[in-house]
Design a protein around this ligand. Structure first.
Ligand code: MTE
Length: 329
């Protein structure tokens, strides 16, 4: 997302003691965004670096025995898979740093025990641990394109389950219109969360119609193994027709709501990162074009496709709204 060019404005943790400043975090972040402090532009998709510890050990991640799983051939792509090492060493995970080289730092994420809360407008609120949840969900592999708002892309095989199966398991009430998702919050593991000017925890949301579209996927594996920490272990969202910032990582909570949730980047700068964020090459980001994308690991740019190539599955969700620019930010 935002790649900082200078770090001089960062405030050392030791100075972050004034509670009124902390409580005013949301005003601070808007002020920084408005003044351009956070908005220093995209980074491009190179160079990559080699991670020493990219995959969790089997003792740390008991789900290793579940993979690989059968591929769902409904979702085919006309691009080669991104090199595995590239996909797991070039990441956005602001909890571990506001740059791409966070894969070593992300190894501090503790992925067991991992409880997932399901609450809000559901028949019965509950908490379930990830390994029990994985046993209940039908696992499959899907090869998806991923298009970051920063104009780089990759093509990866995720394993996991359809989000609609989780929604069915949660039994939402008829009043529920949206699904809000939340990442863990623990700044002892994730130093990025000590940056008080960000509105932690990371939050994302979908309409229930989007969440129950078959394309919406919860990824729990990658390249036939449990998903690495830096890619959002033990469970992250994959909605490939939307820009990458919607793909919330390391989810701990699913809340069914009547009101539209405000997502992390939307709260920071809604004019650039909105609720819908559907990929559209014709609607530029306010500071750069979205017409093309750099394919990770190749150094090549290719044209970006409407809905990232998934229009046949999702365009119907937005019938009658197509002219609205906010649908594509
Ligand atoms: N989820 C959390 N919790 N924190 C983040 O910083 N970054 C998002 C998304 N999910 C992010 C997140 C962005 S901007 C992108 S492009 C993707 O994760 C990157 O996913 P990847 O590292 O697996 O490629």
């Amino acid at each position: 997302m935002f790649i900082k060019k200078k770090r001089g404005w960062e405030i050392p943790d030791a100075q972050v003691t004034d509670e009124s400043v902390y409580l005013n975090r949301r005003h601070v972040i808007r002020g920084l965004a408005a003044s351009g402090f956070l908005a220093s532009g995209i980074s491009g998709a190179s160079p990559l670096f080699h991670s020493r510890q990219s995959w969790a050990s089997p003792s740390e991640d008991p789900s290793a025995v579940l993979y690989p799983v059968k591929r769902n051939e409904r979702y085919t792509v006309d691009r080669p898979l991104t090199d595995e090492e590239d996909a797991i060493t070039y990441n956005n995970f602001y909890e571990f740093g506001s740059h791409k080289k966070i894969s070593d730092a992300a190894q501090a994420l503790k992925i067991r025990p991992w409880m997932v809360k399901i609450d809000g407008l559901v028949e019965k609120e509950q908490e379930i641990d990830i390994d029990t949840l994985l046993k209940k969900m039908p696992l499959e592999e899907r090869v998806y394109r991923h298009r970051c708002v920063e104009a780089w892309s990759m093509t990866v095989p995720y394993s996991g389950f359809a989000l609609k199966d989780l929604v069915a398991y949660a039994k939402p009430l008829s009043k529920a219109k949206y699904l809000r998702m939340e990442t863990f919050k623990d700044d002892t593991m994730a130093p990025g969360q000590r940056q008080f000017w960000y509105p932690w925890p990371y939050v994302e949301g979908l309409t229930l119609a989007e969440a129950t579209n078959d394309l919406s996927f919860i990824a729990t594996g990658l390249y036939g193994k449990p998903i690495p920490k830096q890619n959002g272990a033990p469970l992250r969202l994959a909605v490939p027709w939307k820009y990458g910032f919607k793909h919330i990582k390391s989810i701990v909570r699913f809340t069914f709501t009547e009101e539209r949730p405000v997502s992390f980047w939307e709260e920071i700068q809604s004019s650039e990162y909105g609720f819908w964020a559907n990929v559209n090459p014709e609607v530029a980001h306010p500071r750069w074009s979205q017409a093309t994308e750099e394919v990770l690991g190749t150094g090549k740019r290719v044209p970006t496709l409407p809905y990232n190539g998934y229009g046949e599955f999702v365009a119907d969700l937005y019938k009658g709204m197509e002219g609205q620019e906010t649908l594509y930010r």
